[in-house]
Design a protein around this ligand. Structure first.
Ligand code: FPP
Ligand code: MG
Length: 334
């Protein structure tokens, strides 16, 4: 499975060290989820396959290497595994909401075993994440993590409350993506820095870097949902339109219209999701008026701002690789 680290391809020595770190994180993850029950083990083993891009654990380790002592310890491995487990829980629940069938080139849990199993497996993962976190005996860390899991649920609720909303504005879109996606990516960076005893300025910079990378990542994700092919992206596509969720390119396209035109066009976009010809016509319009390019440009601007936020950190191969990871988040096609 290609990781974002493969795409960012940093200096060979650091990449090797990181790959070793990611293997340790995967072991912590698997060991903690191991169950004596075959039905549970089978499901968690399937979810372990979702561990594809490893964006969040990579950012935790790199933030630990780029700030403070510049060394990573077992605490970083555990924190990275906790954040990845939370991420997995959200994906398992998200696929229920989206009625998605494919994730990381495999079948989703809901497609394989039904919604009931997927809901409880998501609960199992989130519960396991907090259990694993408790082994660190760091109440401040648990508090930060609890705050962010609440934030991402709130983001998802905000998104749900705007389902089918043809008048969704950019401000609300950014509130949704900041909460549902960027908050956890920011946490991954911040925790890595804190565990290396970074200064407040350093972990704040890394937190803000993560927020910008996270927003850029989600814009790219939304572009892939609109434009990508399932075989390349590795997951079900057109789910945003199918579920009545407007994303940045469509919001910018609709903004140019009057109220009636906007309503008709939004309804057409929602309906086009399952009709390749109508989808192609919609995409042609989005390209023609520059909405797709403008959304991609916003993702690039966020990436540039993310990189600038690292300016206060000492120059290091880890900082360089963080910058490359930010680029990889928007260049990826999967
Ligand atoms: C992916 O969105 C979804 C998220 C980033 C957040 C989902 C969060 C929940 C379902 C709340 C559950 C929370 C916990 C703590 C268990 P997407 O559909 O745009 O991305 P995709 O293309 O990868 O499906
Ligand atoms: Mg989804």
């Amino acid at each position: 499975m290609t990781t974002l680290l493969d795409l960012a391809a940093g200096g060979a020595e650091l990449s090797d060290e990181l790959r070793g770190g990611l293997d340790r994180v995967a072991r912590v993850f698997d060991d903690h989820l191991r169950s004596d029950l075959e039905c549970v083990q089978g499901l968690t083993a399937h979810v372990a396959r979702y561990r594809g891009k490893m964006l969040r654990p990579t950012l935790t380790l790199l933030s630990g290497l780029a700030a403070g002592s510049g060394r990573v310890s077992r605490e970083h491995d555990v924190l990275a595994a906790v954040v990845e487990m939370i991420h997995m829980a959200t994906l398992v629940h998200d696929d229920v909401l989206d009625e998605a069938e494919t994730r990381r080139r495999g079948r989703t849990i809901n497609a394989l075993s039904g919604n009931e199993t997927a809901v409880i497996l998501g609960d199992y993962l989130i519960s396991s994440a907090f259990h694993l976190c408790s082994t660190l005996d760091e109440p401040a860390v648990s508090e930060r993590i609890g705050r962010v899991t609440t934030t991402l649920c709130a983001g998802e609720l905000l998104q749900l409350s705007n389902r089918g909303n043809e008048a969704l504005d950019e401000r609300t879109y950014f509130q949704i993506i900041e909460r549902k996606t960027a908050s956890l990516i920011a946490l991954a960076c911040e925790l890595g820095a804190r565990a290396s005893d970074a200064s407040a300025a350093e972990h704040e910079a890394l937190h803000d870097f993560g927020l910008d990378v996270g927003a850029a990542f989600q814009i790219q994700d939304d572009l892939l949902d609109l434009l990508g092919e399932e075989v390349v992206v590795g997951k079900s596509v057109r789910k945003d339109q199918e579920k009545g969720k407007l994303t940045l390119p469509l919001i910018r396209h609709l903004e140019r219209m009057n109220r009636d035109g906007r309503q008709d066009e939004a309804r057409e976009a929602f309906a086009a999701a399952r009709d390749p010809e109508r989808q192609a016509a919609l995409v042609a319009k989005l390209r023609a008026d520059g909405s797709i390019e403008s959304a991609a440009e916003t993702a690039r601007e966020l990436t540039a701002r993310a990189r600038a936020r690292l300016g206060g950190l000492a120059a290091s191969p880890a900082r360089e690789l963080l910058e490359a990871m930010a680029e990889a988040a928007v260049q990826r096609r999967f």
